[in-house]
Design a protein around this ligand. Structure first.
Ligand code: AMP
Ligand code: ZN
Length: 112
């Protein structure tokens, strides 16, 4: 989708601070970090949100979930990390291209 911010980041049309990429996903630093470490993992394929997932995405989602631990460890988050997926207006989603937030570090606030 040419007007999608994260599609443009995935294709290299908009610069980002990429920490990992492969044929299925791109991982980069959030431009407005909410913690010491704040990464976003996006699918290269445009998927608007969790609400659009179907069985054809099973392998991709499994790949993304399994990558989280490696990404956190690569950032030095040996003590754990938080993963957030905002979905829809009620979930606070701002960018409608599926992404997982990976947060961690000393400044991570409590979650209430
Ligand atoms: P969400 O509210 O879950 O849709 O999260 C969107 C996230 O994208 C926010 O945390 C923003 O700070 C982040 N963001 C927006 N534009 C950019 C950008 N150009 N590069 C990196 N992160 C961005
Ligand atoms: Zn997109």
């Amino acid at each position: 989708m040419s007007d999608c911010l994260f599609c443009n980041i995935s294709q290299g049309n908009i610069p980002s601070d990429i920490v990992y990429e492969d044929d299925q996903v791109v991982v980069f630093k959030d431009i407005y970090p909410k913690a010491d470490v704040h990464l976003l993992m996006i699918s290269r394929q445009h998927i608007g949100s969790l609400n659009e997932l179907d069985k054809s995405h099973d392998e991709l989602i499994c790949h993304m979930m399994r990558l989280l631990s490696k990404l956190a460890k690569d950032q030095g988050l040996d003590n754990g990390f938080r993963t957030i997926i905002n979905t829809g207006p009620g979930g606070g989603q701002e960018v409608y291209h599926l992404h997982m937030h990976i947060l961690g570090g000393d400044s991570l606030p409590g979650f209430a």
